[in-house]
Design a protein around this ligand. Structure first.
Ligand SMILES: [Zn+2]
Length: 328
């Protein structure tokens, strides 16, 4: 009854080559970033080399899950092998492309932010790459595990039901009715699986399910932005500046539709027209503002936050430093 004759479409072996970012593309990105700041060039590179491959893999994974849901698969091992190949191929593409993009991006930001110490540069870059790797590797392994277990569960139910149906004959549409009922029961039993088949959203980390495009786009963007923020902070600490300007970096609408409370709290207080964060506790207390660490602890500058930090114009900083000195 549920015998599936469908052929499994093998995951393409040329996937990695198709999506590997070229040196020319990286040169073009470097040039564009130096000339015009963040803008479209970074968006395009993230879309083409990180998001697109994720969406393609998501499509394949959905197809494999659908095959497992439609009927008893003759060659289940090959189906599972394809799931593993797809997840692995995406992991490899991300681990190759992201460090290259991060290297170009941070090079531009370091120069703009005045970060010169080689050891600091290297450490911030390594953290950036490692954070992205950890996130995507864990997401891909979660996705793979959850898909394989869904496939196995669906297949077991289908095999059991096929055996039960063998003794039915379709008198008065009895068999058709039983099949319909079984299908409905399956949907009730595995709501998440059906949601994944219909709407995608197979990439998950820490058990949460996201659509691949949103997940990878936010992750790449947030993590790159942190390289920028970290270099701003490092320079300020080296130069012993007391405060930094907290500002809206990214004008696009918030994905979650909700602004973080901590960001609002920081932005609403202004000193000499600027929303400030302090680098030390003592200075924060004197000015009645938050420290940078406090902001981060409360979720500011985190995942999907569109705010960032930058150094203040020299005359403003000078004046605030003078006020802080007087207060001692
Ligand atoms: Zn924010």
């Amino acid at each position: 009854m549920f015998e599936s004759a469908r052929k499994i479409r093998n995951f393409p072996s040329g996937f990695q080559n198709k999506y590997e970012i070229s040196d020319q593309e990286l040169d073009a990105l470097l040039k564009a970033l130096f000339e015009s700041g963040e803008g479209e060039s970074l968006d395009e590179v993230i879309a083409q080399y990180l998001v697109e491959p994720s969406v393609e893999v998501e499509t394949y994974l959905r197809r494999y899950l659908k095959t497992a849901e439609e009927g008893v698969v003759e060659d289940r091992k090959s189906l599972e092998k394809n799931v593993v190949s797809a997840c692995l191929a995406l992991s490899l593409v991300q681990r190759k492309n992201f460090p290259k993009i991060a290297r170009v991006y941070s090079r531009v930001r370091y120069q703009e932010n005045g970060l010169r110490k080689a050891l600091l540069k290297q450490t911030i870059l390594e953290n950036t790459i490692q954070t992205f790797n950890d996130l995507t590797i864990s997401a891909m392994s979660q996705t793979q595990q959850s898909l394989l277990s869904s496939i196995r569960r669906l297949q077991k139910d289908l095999i059991l039901e096929s055996q039960a149906l063998a003794k039915y004959t379709n008198v008065d549409g009895l068999l058709d009715m039983r099949v319909r009922e079984f299908r409905q029961a399956l949907q009730m039993k595995y709501p998440k699986v059906y949601k994944a088949i219909e709407g995608g959203g197979l990439i998950s980390s820490s058990g949460k399910v996201y659509k691949a495009d949103q997940y990878i786009d936010s992750a790449a963007r947030s993590i790159l932005l942190n390289a920028d923020r970290d270099s701003v902070e490092a320079v300020a600490r080296v130069k012993q500046h007391s405060v930094l300007d907290y500002y809206l970096r990214d004008n696009r609408p918030v994905k979650t539709g909700k602004e973080r409370k901590i960001c609002k709290d920081v932005l609403v207080r202004k000193i000499m027209g600027y929303s400030l964060v302090a680098l030390t506790r003592a200075e924060a207390d004197r000015l009645g503002i938050y420290t940078l660490d406090e902001v981060k602890e409360r979720g500011g500058l985190g995942y999907n936050c569109r705010h960032s930090i930058r150094s203040l114009p020299a005359p403003v900083l000078k004046e605030i430093m003078a006020v802080l000195k007087e207060a001692i």
